[in-house]
Design a protein around this ligand. Structure first.
Ligand SMILES: NC(=O)C1=CN([C@@H]2O[C@H](COP(=O)(O)OP(=O)(O)OC[C@H]3O[C@@H](n4cnc5c(N)ncnc54)[C@H](O)[C@@H]3O)[C@@H](O)[C@H]2O)C=CC1
Ligand SMILES: O=C(O)C(=O)CO
Length: 496
């Protein structure tokens, strides 16, 4: 009798725990755990954000069946439950990995926690989902004036999980506007495609969070938002450059701590930029804009490295040098480096602006840091993984005169251990594109990418010239501003 009671208690406890896991806050712990574990490629194939849902469903099922079996067997129940536990893991894995069927997805969507939304134009013909509220109202108006029912996720959670987004997509969805923090791959594109959607846009120019091959597989167009953030991002890179060169953050902390007791010849001595060399790695839209600011604003010489020649930038610096010479000033110079190492060795200040892909992952590593000048300044407003952050922390510790300005981090939103304690590092939370005009423009471009695809508009002929879409006083062109996989999908280009 006593034995039977203890079995009953055990199974009760397990089933309650299971329910709590499934329904309550412990579910969140599970989510964090699987997000963390899915970073490791070995687990990626099976341990996915959805697995805990399916797993918990199976677990509950087996625990409940355990009660039934207990009535019959009445012994070794604990052992039985343990076996069930293992079986449920296996079942969950195989259900998701090998039975990647609509019914599993329906189950996943059904079991995901509901996400809160705000609905605009409920009777619109096309259903468009935005995974976040975005700045401004123009993007909302453009969508609802074009017969879209717009659903904006208002969930108080900075980063949505894959199951949250699958739940948002639901059974019918024509297009999604997503964020750079979301992992847009096979699961999400297949869910969108099943819901009838063929349009997705990142609210960002960088799209390293998007698996474009997966989007191609499901025929989904992937939009991004180039051009509108070029100057804003370059300005933040320039701000970090100045802040690092002149030790502004350290000096501000010093003042606030009440430590200033009078002018001193050595107090917060930094670097003069004029006449020094600025190095740009990735001289595309933003890199070139930053280079122009530093050359024209501070009369720095330029050395850059890019896979392609930055002809317009070279012409600009040449013309500016001629102007300075004609005014009796020392002309600035420019050089296109034949290797990245040449930039690292020669420049006093280096700013990183490449895309993040396989070729730029850990572009700046321990060996390359060692090649830089001891008092150099390194700025990163591209993507965190372009720098090996662990190596950077070590380098900063051993080279107190070396300084960095970072807007992005390898494990965003986290910083590698030790970074936040270092005085020679300035860190800001991925705000390089955060000006009102830019963020509203990004929202507009992202919405127009999705709308344009839904309306079967052609793709704009030059994604570097998106100004016509941003003019608030006129109707935007009937085109998708920027679709990165237009060629792969064979989408027509606008002749406008
Ligand atoms: N921190 C922030 O808030 C922001 C970050 N970004 C990041 O900046 C990146 C660049 O944006 P844009 O200038 O608009 O793009 P872009 O495409 O105009 O410029 C990227 C440049 O990187 C070069 N590049 C690619 N691989 C390279 C390599 N292995 N070595 C050297 N150069 C290489 C390309 O040739 C190109 O010129 C985005 O992809 C995004 O990740 C963009 C906006 C805001
Ligand atoms: O557009 C991007 O790539 C961003 O990082 C936005 O800040």
């Amino acid at each position: 009798m006593r034995l039977r009671l203890s079995y009953t208690r055990t199974s009760l406890c397990l089933s309650s725990l299971c329910h709590a896991l499934f329904l309550g806050d412990l579910y969140e712990l599970h989510r964090h755990f699987t997000t963390w574990i899915s970073k490791y490629s070995f687990f990626k194939w099976s341990w996915h954000g959805h697995v805990p849902n399916v797993f918990l469903f199976c677990f509950m099922f087996f625990v409940v069946s355990g009660y039934v079996v207990r009535l019959v067997i009445d012994a070794h129940l604990l052992l039985f439950l343990l076996v069930q536990f293992h079986l449920s893991i296996i079942l969950a894995r195989y259900t998701y990995t090998y039975c990647n069927t609509p019914s599993t997805h329906t189950l996943v969507a059904f079991m995901a926690k509901p996400v809160s939304i705000e609905v605009w134009n409920p009777n619109g013909k096309y259903r468009v989902v935005s995974t976040k509220p975005m700045p401004g109202t123009r993007w909302i108006n453009l969508l609802i004036q074009n017969d879209c029912r717009l659903e904006i996720c208002t969930e108080k959670k900075t980063i949505l999980s894959i199951e949250d987004i699958i739940a948002l997509i639901g059974d019918k969805c024509d297009g999604v506007i997503g964020q750079l923090t979301e992992d847009w791959g096979e699961e999400l594109f297949s869910a969108l495609s099943r819901a009838g959607g063929k349009a997705f846009s990142n609210m960002a120019v960088g799209y390293n969070n998007v698996d474009v091959d997966a989007a191609n597989k499901y025929g989904v167009a992937v939009g991004n938002t180039p051009g509108v953030l070029t100057e804003t991002t370059a300005e933040l890179a320039a701000s970090l450059s100045l802040a690092a060169a002149r030790r502004i953050v350290e000096a501000d902390e010093f003042m606030r701590a009440g430590l200033y007791d009078g002018w001193l010849p050595h107090l917060f001595v930094g670097n003069l930029l004029k006449g020094q060399t600025v190095g740009v790695i990735g001289a595309g839209r933003i890199g070139s804009a930053y280079a122009r600011m530093m050359v024209e604003g501070f009369k720095m010489n330029l050395i850059y490295y890019d896979l392609y020649q930055a002809t317009r930038l070279e012409k600009f610096v040449t013309a500016y040098a001629a102007f300075l010479k004609a005014s009796g000033e020392t002309p600035v110079t420019w050089k296109r480096a034949s290797s990245m190492d040449e930039v690292l060795q020669e420049a006093d200040m280096i700013s990183l602006h490449p895309v993040l892909d396989k070729t730029t992952y850990h572009l700046v590593n321990k060996e390359r840091l060692a090649k830089m000048k001891k008092e150099a300044i390194l700025i990163n407003c591209s993507r965190g993984p372009v720098i090996d952050e662990v190596a950077l922390v070590e380098h900063l510790k051993h080279n107190p005169m070396f300084r960095v300005g970072l807007d992005v981090f390898e494990d965003e939103p986290h910083m590698k251990p030790g970074l936040s304690e270092l005085k020679n590092a300035i860190v800001v939370p991925h705000i390089a594109s955060a000006s009102k005009w830019t963020r509203e423009g990004m929202a507009t471009l992202a919405a127009l990418n999705v709308l344009g695809k839904i309306k079967r508009y052609p793709v704009w002929f030059d994604s570097n010239r998106v100004e016509p879409f941003l003019n608030e006083n006129s109707q935007p062109p009937a085109a998708c501003p920027s679709i990165v996989n237009a060629k792969a999908l064979g989408l027509p280009t606008s002749k406008l």
